[in-house]
Design a protein around this ligand. Structure first.
Ligand SMILES: *[C@@H]1O[C@H](CO)[C@@H](O)[C@H](O)[C@H]1NC(C)=O
Ligand SMILES: *[C@@H]1O[C@H](CO)[C@@H](O)[C@H](O)[C@H]1NC(C)=O
Length: 355
């Protein structure tokens, strides 16, 4: 693992490093490299984040089945949008259509660190207007055969179709949000599966559709992979390809095109125009992955509190925050630092161009 000098500096000397780095950039903005947007009390495990078109952040919790709306600028206190009943946890969240978010709910238990198969459902939270902060909740479907549903990605916003990863079975479901119809469309033990029976590790974790591919992380196997799909049915039309093996990762986000260097964009050697930022979770680092399979740790550190237990991330969609990566954490609940230090789950804003 290659850690940049910057990460070391931050590890050693967090507060003074932050001060030194909080200098106005050439656009005369005043964006800190790292900013805590909000920190929940200890024993709060934030699992996933999605961003509304108005820039507001939606986050789901695993320690209790709650979804919150968070202001990226701290202009209001986090708003509890809904507390689910009959389940213990919320997992992935994605915007399936404009201001309509699909949420995975089920019984993943922190005390036993395991999933209860057969308890997973898909819900939607829909905001009636861009300014609204009170979504309408709807139960879409109970996916009885699922073992451990975790990540969710939008496949077809027009038709309202999502892909949901089963981190226990090593499969992906296609779920029609309008009709509730579901079906396994992808499955590959090598890249989506987890370790044998009784494993508490997540196989396929974060997933995203980009172009004609589904990209995904596998936490247990420590890899980043993709498969070419039919973008209507979600079924595979190419091989399951491992692209990089950085070690355990949770969810990830693709950088907006403004952050992708031109040399990266369809340039020589058939390079493709994407950069992925993946959360390390157990390793407390942020990992940058490029299409050539190269990866590096660009922030945080294995013994650092600066990004403790990072679980998911998403780029801003508000005015002027397109280059800001909002990272959420479990505060170390799953993997405490040496000595057992655990803090409250955080929403952290990182200015990625400066990493
Ligand atoms: C799932 O969790 C809920 C809430 O704690 C509980 O009432 C329910 O019995 C659990 N379901 C199963 C199948 O364990
Ligand atoms: C992290 O802490 C552990 C336990 O104190 C130590 O063994 C390890 O060398 C540390 N790692 C780094 C990269 O500092």
């Amino acid at each position: 693992m290659r850690l940049r000098l910057l990460s070391y500096l931050l590890l050693l000397c967090y507060s003074s490093a932050i001060q030194a780095l909080t200098l106005p950039n050439k656009h005369h903005d005043y964006t800190p490299l790292r900013r805590t947007v909000y920190q929940f009390p200890t024993q709060t495990w934030i699992e996933s984040i999605a961003v509304r078109s108005n820039g507001d952040l939606l986050i789901t919790l695993v320690d209790r089945p709650e979804v919150y709306l968070v202001s990226p600028t701290g202009s209001y206190e986090p708003i509890l949008l809904h507390r689910f009943t009959g389940v213990t946890a919320l997992l992935g969240i994605t915007e399936v259509a404009h201001d309509e978010f699909a949420i995975v709910a089920g019984n993943w238990s922190i005390p036993t660190f395991s999933s209860t198969p057969g308890t997973y459902s898909i819900w939607t939270a829909t905001f009636p207007s861009v300014k609204s902060r009170t979504p309408v909740l709807r139960h879409v479907v109970h996916i009885a055969p699922a073992n451990f549903l975790n990540g969710v990605a939008t496949l077809d916003a027009e038709r309202g179709v999502v892909l949901v990863g089963d981190a226990g079975a090593g499969e992906v479901y296609r779920v029609d949000i309008r009709s509730g119809a579901f079906k396994v469309v992808l499955g590959d033990d090598a890249t989506m599966g987890t370790y044998p029976v009784g494993s508490t590790h997540s196989g396929i974790n974060g997933l995203k559709v980009l172009g004609e591919y589904v990209y995904y992380t596998n936490t247990a196997r420590g890899l980043f992979a993709r498969v070419k799909i039919n973008v209507h049915t979600g079924t595979a039309v190419g091989p399951y390809e491992t692209l990089a093996t950085p070690g355990g990762m949770d969810d990830f986000a693709f950088a907006p095109s403004s952050l992708i260097p031109k040399s990266h964009n369809g340039g020589e050697n058939g390079k493709e125009g994407w950069i992925a930022y993946a959360t390390g979770h157990a390793s407390n680092i942020l990992i940058k992955i490029t299409p050539d399979g190269e990866w590096e740790s660009v922030f945080g550190g294995v013994n650092s509190t600066i990004l403790e237990g990072d679980t998911d991330c998403a780029f801003g969609r508000g005015k002027g925050d397109e280059g800001i990566l909002y990272v959420v954490t479990d505060g170390g609940i799953a993997h405490p630092l040496p000595g057992g230090f655990v803090q409250g789950g955080e929403v952290i804003a990182l200015d990625v161009a400066r990493l």
